[in-house]
Design a protein around this ligand. Structure first.
Ligand code: BDR
Ligand code: CA
Length: 308
C-alpha cells in the first residue's frame, strides 16, 4: 500500500536528497513539504524547498508551508560550513516560470501538519529531517490531531555515538532541544534515525564515479554540484564523504526492514552546558524505536535506483 507522507525539513543538501528519494519512490505519496529554521534561515529553507521541487517536478504537486523561524527557546545556529551559504552548496536550479511543482498552503506548517493528520486519520506518516520546532508547535496546538498520525520518522540525535555539533549532541536536536524533548516525550509512535545509523550510509568518491555520474541527468548533475564533488581530485567540497542522514529517514519509511531497532525511552538535555541537546537513554515505557544497524548495501542500492 502506498504511504501518505508529510516531510518537515530544513533544506540542506541531504534534505534535498531526502526529498528526491521520497518523490521518486512509488511506495510514497508526498502530500506536503513544510519548512523549519535549521541548516539555513527559514526564508532560505522555503526558497530551497521550491528550488528542489522545481528540479523534481512532481506529478502530484504537494502543499508547502513555512513553519518556525527560530527555536522554541535559545539562539539560532546554522550549518553553512556543511551546506554552503545558500544551503544547497551553490547548486544552480532553473525555475521554470509557470511550471511550479507545488501549491502554497495559506497557513503555518504546524497547522498543515495537524490538518493533514485529521484529514487522513491513521494514514499519514510524518518524516522530520530538521529541528523539531514545527512538530512541537503542532503538539502544543493540537495534540489530538497529532495523535491521528500513523507514524513519525525523525532524523536526529547521537545515542551511543559522538555528536556532530558538540561531542554529545547532533545538529537537529541541538538546534532546539526543548522541541525535541516535547516531541520525544509525546508518546507518538516514533522511529528515531540517529547518527549511530546515518553515519553508516554515505556517498563516497567511488559511488559518485561509478554510480552517480553515469546517470547523467538533471538529478545526478544537481547532486554533483550540491555536494561540490570534483571528479578530477575525487573530493567533495570540504568533506571526505557525504552522509545520507536525511535520506535514511525516508528510507526507513519506504522499507522498515532496512534497519535494526531497539525500543528505548529517551530524554533530552535541555540545560545549558556540555550536555545541551544530548539524547539520554531512559528506562520508562516508550513508543520510540531507535535505529542502530543498517543494511547499508540495500539502502544505497535503493537510494541510487531512485535517482533516474
Ligand atoms: C542533520 O543535520 C543537518 O545538517 C542535516 O541536514 C541532517 O538533518 C545531521 O546531523
Ligand atoms: Ca536536515
Amino acid at each position: 500500500m502506498v504511504k501518505k507522507v508529510i516531510i518537515d525539513c530544513d533544506v540542506g543538501v541531504d534534505d534535498a536528497l531526502a526529498l528526491i528519494l521520497a518523490f521518486h519512490s512509488p511506495e510514497l505519496d508526498v502530500k506536503a513539504v513544510t519548512g523549519v529554521n535549521g541548516n539555513v534561515t527559514l526564508k532560505q529553507v522555503f526558497e530551497n524547498i521550491q528550488k528542489v521541487l522545481s528540479l523534481i517536478q512532481p506529478k502530484n504537486k504537494p502543499l508547502i508551508a513555512k513553519g518556525a523561524d527560530q527555536p522554541l527557546k535559545g539562539k539560532t545556529i546554522y550549518a553553512h560550513s556543511v551546506h554552503g551559504k545558500d544551503g544547497l552548496g551553490g547548486a544552480k536550479i532553473d525555475r521554470r516560470e509557470g511550471e511550479e511543482g507545488w501549491q502554497f498552503f495559506p497557513g503555518r506548517a504546524d497547522e498543515l501538519i495537524t490538518k493533514m493528520a485529521r484529514q487522513y486519520p491513521d494514514e499519514m506518516t510524518l518524516i522530520a529531517t530538521g529541528p523539531l520546532t514545527n512538530l512541537a508547535l503542532a503538539l502544543q496546538r493540537d495534540p489530538g490531531g497529532m495523535g491521528k498520525l500513523k507514524a513519525v520518522a525523525i532524523m536526529g540525535g547521537a545515542v551511543r555515538t559522538r555528536g556532530n555539533i558538540t561531542s554529545y549532541a547532533e545538529f537537529n536536536i541541538f538546534s532546539d532541544p526543548l522541541a525535541a524533548k516535547i516531541v520525544l516525550e509525546s508518546g507518538l509512535p516514533i522511529t528515531l534515525v540517529p547518527l549511530d545509523a546515518t553515519h553508516q550510509v554515505s556517498l563516497t568518491p567511488q559511488w559518485m564515479e561509478n554510480r552517480v555520474k553515469p546517470i547523467n541527468n538533471s538529478i545526478s548533475k544537481f547532486i554533483i554540484e550540491a555536494t561540490g564533488y570534483d571528479s578530477t581530485t575525487h573530493q567533495f567540497r570540504n568533506m571526505e564523504r557525504i552522509h545520507l542522514h536525511d535520506p535514511l529517514a525516508v528510507g526507513v519509511v519506504i522499507d522498515p526492514t532496512l534497519v535494526g531497532k531497539e525500543r528505548l525511552s529517551i530524554d533530552v538535555g535541555t540545560q545549558e552546558g556540555e550536555h545541551f541537546g544530548k539524547i539520554v537513554e531512559g528506562l520508562g515505557k516508550s513508543n520510540i524505536d531507535v535505529c542502530f544497524t543498517v543494511d547499508v548495501k540495500s539502502f544505497l542500492e535503493l537510494f541510487l535506483s531512485r535517482l533516474g
